[in-house]
Write a new protein. Sequence first.
Length: 638
Amino acid sequence: MQQRLQAGIDALVARLLRGQAADGSWRLGFIEQGTSLDAATVLQLQNAGIARPKLVKALAERMIAKQSDDGAWRVYPDEKTGNASATAECYYALQYAGISPDEPFMRKARKAFADIGGLGRIESLLTKFQLALIGRYPWPRWFPVPIGILLLPASSPLHFFQFSGYARVHMAPMLILADRKPVDKQPHIRPLTPDTRSDAELKRLQRGWHAHFGAAVRGLSEDRRKGPWSPAAKIRELATDRAERFILERIEADGTLYSYSSATLLMLHALRTLGYSTSHPVVEKAVRGLESLTAPDIASASRRSMQITTSAVWDTALISHALQDAGVPAAHTAVEKAGDYLLARQHVKLGDWKRGVKRPAAGGWGFSDVNAINPDMDDTTAALRAVRGLPGHRGRAAADRGLLWLLAMQNSDGGWAAFERNVDHPLIRWVPLDGAEDAATDPSTPDLTGRTLEYLGRCAGLTTAHAYVRRGADWLYRRQEKDGSWYGRWGVCYIYGTWAALTGLTAVGEPGDHPRIRKAAEWLLGIQRADGGFGESCASDRVRRYTPLAHGTLSQTAWALDALTAAHAKPLPAMERACDYLLRRLQAGSGPETEYPTGGGLPGCLYARYDSYSLVWPLLALAHYRDKYGGAPAEPLE
């Protein structure tokens, strides 16, 4: 096994080294995330009259190719029934792209949508907005809070900055649109099966919110005295100006809003509603930024897909770290070039995250190479792992700044969130916003807390003897599921969370025989497949319990193996079988093991398949297994 293990590691190292770009980054492929952003891009370009015929055609071809045999579209491959949101988005976008509704596959889509349940089954708020803009879904009276919320001070029980940063950059243009309610209804577009249940659903969703908080904020958008000089009209004008300013101040250098295509598309809709022409510099630059986020589909070069963002910083940090853990020295040219690339992208200016920090100082990293104002915990720890061994003062100084930023971002409850500190107000959970807990808040999560602890222990040399590390470990124990697993927010899903928690806890000195750690390891051993692999469905985060996949995946098997390696002093037969699975599947090449999405985005709406994941995580897990056990034979469970 030892010789075969090393051969597998060497092959992965050689493959990754060949894939490095001239600037030191790794850009191995694209982030595949279904069809929602493809559809939204077509609707935006065609509605605005922005002529990009080749791009529209390429996006349409991919949407057609992604249609399931039953006529519906799905958010992830094994989704049991068709997804109402994805089906509606693609059906209308294809018509805007010039596809006839009489095509057999379009008729099939209409039938599938009716079988799913029609408009009443649409859950995604972004889908509802897209359809409202083309007159195919009713605008709510105000969504789900009035635009006047932008004027409430931080001392208010509820204010705009209590929403997560991800939510805010989407909500600002959405609030403008919900207030103005523009409709660009094309008469030649054939609708899906009529369904009025959406009106009742909207009223049901709003009822709980109105009963508790509606009276407190209704005056911000309504006034019995009509006319341009009524108090409510003035409030709406001031709030619109603030929303516009909020948007413009958060545009990245490439023209995108926060480097997200989804937020940029909403921004373009909102700016057009405010009177910006398609030739306005802000609009033109945003369109160019969107074009830079498109990537060719791996199945066909003629098809393109719209990514939500690019993952160059994330991929580069992960790969550089994995190469170093596999034995590539820090003085290697590839590692040094990657280090230069990452050091140049450490954030140097304050962003919205500063609101929750007493003495804010920049030092984090973001996800994409154009992200300069929105750092996150996961990318920061990944980058710090990659640059920790770089020679010279510059690397040490950057690592010190990153560590200080990371520690300053610890939440009051002891855990770490994704983007900001203490953005988890309980009032936000009452807002009638689909998926509010996942999209509108930014709470501590087991995966991010575990990954932060892993860096603090393994790379910074800290243990639970340090009070803030102890608080992080205690938070993780409190959030462990009854079966021993942990839920992972940014990966699929319980395997991911359990891996992050176990590697984090053991890195900061928690013993492998701790009852909680033993229980988690036993849970992992209990879900291993007969072929040695591990596989979990995206459905897990919808039902909030582990849901097995019909096959294993390389990334999830690597996470499970790495977690078991961290928790056991000696190798087990189950771990050898996991190594064997990885080595066999890596040699076999592409297949469902590499193509299934294992990255998390928005539960039920957005999942990601990273081209890098089937390489970097197996390399890391195999290297850790080799380094810990050497050639020691596996021992059976007691």
